[in-house]
Every structure is written in structure tokens, then in C-alpha cells.
Design a protein around this ligand. Structure first.
Ligand SMILES: [Zn+2]
Length: 245
């Protein structure tokens, strides 16, 4: 737990790990034919990394969510980036070891709170004005509608969006529901259905650029007992045909 607090307080990181990052990227850079390699951690909200290349010089900004990765995991990540820069692979191909780390409790528990803090539109709590998302989640699990989701963190958004009523980060195990649905005029099954939809994404795990709303996904979505009414409600909401005042 101390690690989470430590990261939550600011951008300070153990300098040992920064040395490791530098050594990893420099060594691999040499193998790929680069003369100069510059690399730093950056506190992006999303898990992303950027680079600039000029001739045989390259500089990286690496997501600080990797700030505690083991050397071999960091090595796999460096290799994935170099492969991509050299265009030997079309996307970013993660090794099974790297993927396993990104899906581990270690990774999620260390980074989730930071991710939520960086997500400016998320409240810090599952407890809304009218509905408690933890109760809704419990209901879905207890009724067998959805299987329990590990390390999931539930939130309402601060400002409500009519069109985008649910949001999730599969990587960070974070789900957020539009605060517009946290309203006594909205039947409780509507936000339950949206939460159900997002939990299905979490169940699917990290994708390799696959489509998210496949026919198979849609079929599972319709296993929610009130999907039809919910869809109807969400359409009305999007069309501003619901008075929420
Ligand atoms: Zn979706």
C-alpha cells in the first residue's frame, strides 16, 4: 500500500528505476543502430509512450505507469517500441510476459489510484446522489448476470454526458458511469445496464486492437434481463426526450 501512496503524492520515482530505464533503452538502442538515446518517464493520463527520431538519435517519453516494472518486462517494452519505430511490426506487439504484467494485480494496484486522479472528469467515489455503484455491482454479481471483476474501481463522472453514458479503462480496471443516470427520474435498471456493458469489456480483458462491440459482445449484452427497456431509455436520453430536472 505504501507504494500507491508514494506514487499518488507526486511524480517522484525511485531514481534506481530511472537508471534501469535508461540502461534498458540505451543498450537496446545500440543494438538497433542508434548513437544517441534519451529516455524519461512522463505522467500521461493514459498508458502511452511517445518518441522522436532524428537520424540515429531517438528520444522517448515512457508512461510512468511502468515505473515499477521488472527489468525483463521493461526490456520487452523497449523492444516492442523499437520494433515499431523500425516499422518491423505494424502495431505495438506486446510479449506474453509484458501482457501478463499489464494484467497483474501488481500493475493495477500500483497505478489505478493515479489514473483516477489524472482523470479529471471522474468522482473519487462509487456513491452517487441516488445510486451506489457498489450496490449495483453486487446485484449484478449476486444474480449471476456478470462474473466478479477483479480490482474493479467504480466511479460516477462529474459532468454528465448524454451520448457517452459509460466509460471504462480495461487496463486500469476503472469503470465510470455518466452522472446523468444518477437521477431519481432514471429507473435504476438503466445505470445497471450501462455498468453491465462496461463490466463485459473488463471481462474481455486487454484487446489487441480487436473490435469491441462484436456480434458476440452484443449477444452477451442482451443477456441482461432489461436490455431492451434500457436501450430504449438511453435512446430517449440521447435525443433529449427525458426531462431530468
Ligand atoms: Zn462498449
Amino acid at each position: 500500500m505504501t507504494d500507491i501512496t508514494y506514487l499518488g503524492e507526486g511524480s517522484a520515482r525511485p531514481s534506481e528505476h530511472e537508471h534501469l530505464l535508461e540502461a534498458t533503452f540505451k543498450t537496446m538502442g545500440t543494438a538497433y543502430g542508434y548513437d544517441q538515446v534519451k529516455v524519461d518517464y512522463a505522467s500521461y493520463k493514459e498508458f502511452k509512450s511517445t518518441w522522436q527520431r532524428l537520424g540515429r538519435t531517438v528520444s522517448f517519453e515512457i508512461s510512468d505507469y511502468l515505473g515499477a516494472a521488472r527489468p525483463e518486462v521493461l526490456g520487452d517494452f523497449a523492444q516492442a517500441l523499437y520494433e515499431r519505430i523500425e516499422k518491423r511490426t505494424p502495431g505495438c506487439v506486446y510479449s506474453p510476459r509484458l501482457k501478463a504484467y499489464l494484467e497483474s494485480d501488481d500493475f493495477v494496484l500500483r497505478n489505478q489510484a493515479t489514473y483516477v486522479r489524472r482523470s479529471r472528469n471522474l468522482t473519487r467515489t462509487a456513491l452517487g446522489r441516488h445510486f451506489d455503484l457498489r450496490e449495483t455491482y453486487r446485484r449484478l454479481v449476486d444474480s449471476g448476470t456478470v462474473s466478479p471483476s477483479k480490482n474493479v474501481s467504480l466511479h460516477w463522472t462529474k459532468s454528465g454526458n448524454r451520448m457517452r453514458v459509460g466509460y471504462c479503462s480495461v487496463l486500469m480496471r476503472v469503470v465510470a458511469i455518466s452522472s446523468l443516470l444518477d437521477n431519481e427520474k432514471v429507473p435504476d435498471f438503466v445505470h445497471e445496464y450501462v455498468l453491465y456493458h462496461e463490466l463485459l469489456h473488463l471481462e474481455d480483458g486487454l484487446s489487441d486492437g480487436r473490435r469491441h462491440h462484436t456480434p458476440e459482445f452484443k449477444a452477451r449484452e442482451r443477456q441482461h434481463p432489461r436490455w431492451k427497456e434500457s436501450e430504449e431509455w438511453l435512446r430517449k436520453l440521447a435525443a433529449r426526450k427525458v426531462d431530468l430536472r
